[in-house]
Design a binder for this molecule. Structure first.
Ligand SMILES: NC(=O)c1ccc[n+]([C@@H]2O[C@H](COP(=O)([O-])OP(=O)(O)OC[C@H]3O[C@@H](n4cnc5c(N)ncnc54)[C@H](OP(=O)(O)O)[C@@H]3O)[C@@H](O)[C@H]2O)c1
Length: 199
């Protein structure tokens, strides 16, 4: 995120925030996970590949998209041949995609706990949630965050409507999720902060 806590511009378009050192760190992080997950908002705004260029279909982490209402277009890059993709949608959404697997879970909202259980049965033991803000918020709301790492870069974006790392409805005071700072590292023109939920 930027120094003022934004993850994209006021028009929701992508902004380069990471230093070179953080870009290398983020690539290394992807290699450690069985799967990388984003919400459909990020697919529509950024059209990301979510792959590592030097890996292929068999070695890249699985890509997961939370898309309750089936809005991911067939030509989205996240559905290309560079890695397997699991689409996650609501029970009554009948949209089909040309992908490895489609999970249908939850009536009004995706049941994240049920999804993680199904993924574990498929051999996915850890998931890197890359965004956007509404998706990260839903994992915090469900109490399913083990670790939260955020790079704070030397850039101010501004805009009260610019997305932040944890959008959604928020928690009324004195609510919120208490976190313990576990690490703080300077990475070029910014800092990487690692938090874990306070127990
Ligand atoms: N700087 C960064 O590192 C970074 C990384 C990623 C994204 N971004 C930015 O973030 C912005 C997109 O964020 P966003 O919050 O709009 O989108 P998002 O979190 O990617 O996707 C949100 C949508 O995903 C679905 N969704 C997420 N969690 C769900 C759940 N638990 N149950 C049911 N549906 C769920 C909903 O779809 P429906 O609306 O269909 O209900 C929701 O509106 C873009 O501007 C992008 O550039 C920045």
């Amino acid at each position: 995120m930027s120094a003022d806590g934004k993850i994209a511009g006021p028009d929701r378009t992508q902004v380069s925030i990471s230093s070179d050192e953080d870009k290398a760190r983020a690539k290394g992080l992807r290699r450690k996970y069985d799967a990388i997950l984003v919400g459909v908002g990020t697919v529509l705004a950024d059209d990301p590949h979510l792959t590592l260029k030097d890996l292929d279909y068999d070695t890249n982490p699985i890509r997961i998209v939370l898309d309750p209402h089936g809005r991911t277009p067939d030509d989205a890059l996240v559905l290309d041949e560079r890695a397997p993709t699991i689409m996650v949608t609501l029970e009554d959404c009948d949209r089909e995609w040309d992908c490895e697997e489609t999970l249908r879970t939850g009536k009004d909202s995706i049941d994240l706990e049920a999804m993680l259980e199904e993924l574990a049965e498929m051999g996915v033991e850890n998931v890197l949630v890359e965004g956007g803000g509404r998706t990260i918020a839903s994992f915090f709301e469900a109490g399913l965050v083990d670790r939260y790492t955020v790079f704070v870069g030397g850039l101010v974006i501004g805009g009260s409507g610019s997305p932040t790392p944890c959008d959604g409805d928020g928690w009324a005071a004195p609510g919120g999720v208490r976190m313990s700072l576990k690490d703080c590292e300077v990475l070029g023109n910014g800092a990487l902060l690692t938090f874990e939920p306070a127990r």
